[in-house]
Design a protein around this ligand. Structure first.
Ligand SMILES: *Cc1c(COP(=O)(O)O)cnc(C)c1O
Length: 235
């Protein structure tokens, strides 16, 4: 099995190549190394190679790692957000990727006010309309966008999705296009800037970059295969 530094080097090359194909600057793209299920030592290896953005999906697992590592790192909460975890998430993470209802957003706004923080968030969209997945339905998001934008503590970066599992990476492309087009139409309709598109994982991040991703969330291609599933989460 390859090492974390080798894997990271390879993924960075793939990111660069995808940016070149799309005529984009790599500066507009954040590679989030998804370290869920992997130990602090693996994260340190990536940090030694200059990696600064990391993603975790369970609070209890992440907090000890965050506390053991340099304070200069950027932590992204990419998992489903339970209401009773909001405070801990806001205390430990800079960016939340999966705000998936107006109710959760309002509550997060309230807690952020108490804590005196202005968190960056992504709104998760259930882009393939799958019953098994979280996220706003497209129409619900349109209807609730005005209310979401009134939550003054939340810095809405943009949209996030996890497309339906396909047989090949290419199958993700139409879903990434759909998320980008939804973002564009919300920007027009609500006169708001929503620069961020959090989309693309190990299997399809190159395609996500070609379709405009600003954050790709890459786990197994950097850290190796996960030995166990995270409850209620992907792989
Ligand atoms: C685990 C996870 C990832 C990373 O998945 P890989 O296939 O290992 O790259 C990305 N996004 C979310 C939301 C995840 O839960």
């Amino acid at each position: 099995m390859s090492s974390v530094p080798e894997n990271l080097q390879h993924v960075r090359q793939q990111v660069e190549d995808a940016c070149a194909r799309a005529g984009r600057s790599p500066a507009g793209l954040t590679l989030i190394a998804v370290s869920k299920t992997f130990p602090t030592e693996s994260i340190r290896e990536a940090v030694a190679c200059g990696q600064t953005h990391f993603g975790e999906s369970r609070v209890q697992e992440a907090v000890p790692k965050i506390e053991a590592l340099p304070g200069s790192l950027h932590w992204h909460f990419i998992g489903g957000v339970q209401r009773n975890k909001v405070r801990k998430i806001l205390q430990n993470f800079e960016i939340i990727h999966a705000i998936d209802s107006l109710r959760l957003a309002s509550y997060t706004d309230e807690v952020a006010k108490e804590l005196g923080v202005f968190p960056k968030i992504f709104l998760q969209v259930n882009i393939g309309d799958e019953p098994s997945k979280g996220g706003f339905a497209v129409e619900a998001l349109r209807q609730e966008m005005a209310s979401l934008l009134q939550l003054k503590r939340l810095d809405v970066s943009g949209l996030m999705c996890i497309p339906p599992a396909g047989e090949s990476p290419e199958e993700s492309r139409p879903w990434f296009v759909k998320l980008r087009e939804l973002r564009d139409s919300l920007e027009n309709e609500f006169c708001v800037k929503l620069d961020g598109l959090s989309m693309g994982m190990s299997g399809d991040f190159e395609i996500a970059i070609e379709e405009g991703a600003t954050c790709v969330r890459v786990g197994s291609s950097i850290f190796g295969n996960r030995a166990y599933r995270v409850d209620g989460e992907l792989g």
